[in-house]
Design a binder for this molecule. Structure first.
Ligand code: C2E
Ligand code: CA
Ligand code: CA
Length: 571
């Protein structure tokens, strides 16, 4: 061996030492454990962090049997396959197994190296503790399917399961029903008791609904205060009626919250069925939601079934809502005025302002249709401001020309009253056109008072103290309790058209109408009958002491120019 050969050998040895050290370092610092089996030299040994996983040693192949003592029975077969992998000719295989008596999850990977004749030369079995990763993964999987608050299925998983139901139903010609359930006035619960109580309510009610879960019933928490239940074959054992009446039975009793509060809940339920209402899961849920909104308009704890007119009405409302966003006041809105007369001598008392909307293709849209939509999406605020300004401006022109003290009535919706600057706004307009506040009357409905009786009453008192008149509209259609009227600064009470329609034929209506007028007199208000269409109605109202009338009998609502031509010029 010459020098150069010795040098080369030394270099090789050194590099072997380096790689051996590197290899040892890697193994020593690894948190894994390895079994290395050399089939050529018939040796077997453990490497790296073996003692972290096992407290026995492996000196020959037989010792490997001990590993089974660590693995839970249900994973034994998978591990046996890994142990005997060289007998199958496969190079790589892995399995995740659970250790007995602990929540440890181990990933085991076996790699077999074969020679050219496909005889195994080496086998490496690697053990890695993957508990942390597995748990995080399980949590992710959980979060992907379940709603953390209620433990019910979440929205997206519900949609998936519902699609499975629909696929089965299509094959078997079955029906699937969706119940869309929404807690009534949930915002009020949150506002009054805080979000934590709100969450607890959602949780407790959700857990109650969870009891309906079965092979045929999927229950989900859909969003904040909504739940969806899908029932496969809803006329069978678990029928819509069985579930909904169990829900309403439960709602009869209060929920007991951790802050010792007792709370009675009410819900609105919309029901839509496959295949009648819709064929796809999203459309079906949508239909049930639309019906739920319809149910909401019918009072608390209402239930409504899907039918085609509801969908039609909904689509129409969506169209109106879209048009409303594009409407320009001066172009699309027109004010009509309907004269009001005092009964005595049919003397002109004033006018009620009624808005009209002509959309861009010339079609008239009734305020009964668009006002509720404008109230829902908030556009009532600018619309209402426009009505106040435009009607008072028109009235101020009439005042200049005709010099007659009349009363201008303006319909104001609850949303407008709730605005902080409402009083400021109306006063500003009255001042701008230099009108006596006594000539302005604001019409409110009882629904205005329901939401925040105290605050609204205070506002009404302020308005009244400034001289503005307050008229209670549509009296008789709402709660109509005469007792609360006493505390309100009301000047006028408008008896709803529905009374006037039947008062001549119906004894009950007669009694009610007469007692309303009697009470109104006692309380010192003025009474105005709405929707008076005939002479007979007029004569009767006069005989029972009603103060004023408004209706087609004397005048339809009409635009400002016509009021001038047909009413004001006769003054
Ligand atoms: P409302 O305040 O009860 O108005 C009376 C409604 O009865 C008006 O309908 C009027 O045209 C109609 N009417 C008057 N006399 C008779 C009659 O003899 N027979 C019949 N069949 N109907 C009569 P309109 O103009 O369609 O208004 C409907 C509702 O829309 C109003 O009911 C009011 O609640 C609301 N509204 C109208 N304009 C405004 C507004 O500017 N702001 C707000 N917030 N609501 C408005
Ligand atoms: Ca009115
Ligand atoms: Ca009315």
């Amino acid at each position: 061996m010459d020098h150069s050969q010795i040098d080369e050998l030394t270099k090789k040895c050194e590099s072997l030492v380096v790689s051996e050290r590197m290899y040892r370092n890697i193994c020593d610092t690894s948190d894994r454990a390895f079994i290395y089996q050399d089939f050529v030299n018939n040796t077997i040994r453990t490497i790296s962090n073996w003692n972290y996983y096992f407290d026995f040693d492996i000196n020959d192949e037989q010792d490997m049997i001990n590993i089974f003592n660590y693995i839970e029975a249900e994973y034994a077969i998978a591990f046996r396959e890994l142990l005997n992998l060289e007998k199958t000719g496969i190079e790589n295989q892995s399995a995740v197994v659970k250790f007995k008596d602990s929540a440890t999850w181990i990933e085991i990977i076996t790699t077999v190296i074969y020679d050219e004749d496909r005889n195994p030369t080496d086998k490496i079995i690697r053990f890695s503790d993957i508990t942390k990763i597995k748990n995080a993964n399980d949590e992710l999987t959980y979060m992907a399917y379940y709603d953390i608050l209620t433990g019910l299925y979440n929205r997206s998983y519900f949609v998936r399961l519902l699609s499975d139901f629909l696929r089965d139903a299509e094959k078997k010609n079955d029906v699937v029903a969706i119940l869309y359930i929404n807690i009534d006035d949930f915002r009020k619960i949150n506002d009054a008791f805080g979000m934590t109580v709100g969450d607890e309510v959602v949780q407790q009610f959700g857990q109650f609904l969870g009891e309906f879960k079965s092979d045929h019933v999927i229950v989900s928490h859909f969003n904040a205060d909504s739940y969806c239940i899908a029932i496969y074959d809803p006329y069978g054992h678990r029928s819509i009626e069985v579930i909904t009446s169990a829900i309403y039975d439960r709602l009869y009793w209060p929920f007991y919250l951790s802050n010792h509060q007792e709370l009675i809940l009410a819900v609105s339920i919309g029901v839509a069925e496959y295949p009648e209402a819709a064929k796809s899961s999203l459309e079906l849920i949508n239909c049930a939601e639309i019906v739920m909104f319809k149910a909401k308009t019918m009072g608390s704890n209402s239930l409504h079934y899907f039918d085609a007119p509801i969908l039609h009405e909904y689509l129409q409302n969506v169209a109106i809502e879209n048009k409303l966003k594009e409407a320009t006041f001066s172009q699309n809105f027109i004010l009509y005025f309907q004269p009001q007369y005092s009964i005595e001598g049919k003397k002109l008392r004033g006018f009620e302002t009624l808005i009209r909307w002509r959309d861009n293709d010339g079609k008239m849209i009734s305020p009964m249709q668009f006002i509720p939509i404008a109230e829902r999406n908030g556009t009532i605020v600018p619309i209402g401001t426009w009505v106040m300004e435009e009607s008072i401006r028109t009235y101020s022109e009439w005042r200049k020309q005709y010099d007659c003290p009349l009363i201008l009535s303006i319909n104001i919706s609850a949303i407008q009253y709730a605005q902080e600057d409402f009083i400021e706004k109306i006063l500003g307009i009255i001042k701008k056109y230099n009108i006596d506040p006594n000539e302005i009357e604001l019409e409110i409905t009882e629904s205005v008072l329901i939401d925040d009786f105290k605050e609204i009453t205070e506002k009404l008192h302020t308005l009244r103290s400034l001289g503005i008149r307050i008229s209670l509209d549509d009296f008789g259609t709402g709660y109509s309790s005469l007792s609360y009227l006493k505390g309100l600064p009301i000047t006028t009470l408008k008896i709803d058209k529905s009374f006037i329609d039947t008062v001549l034929f119906d004894e009950n209506t007669k009694v009610i109408t007469e007692s309303i007028i009697f009470m109104v007199k006692k309380l010192g208000f003025e009474s105005i009958a709405e929707g008076v269409e005939t002479e007979e109605q007029y004569t009767y109202l006069e005989s029972i002491g009603c103060d004023g009338i408004q209706g087609y009998y004397l005048n339809h609502p009409m635009p400002a120019e016509e009021i001038e031509k047909r009413v004001l010029c006769h003054l």
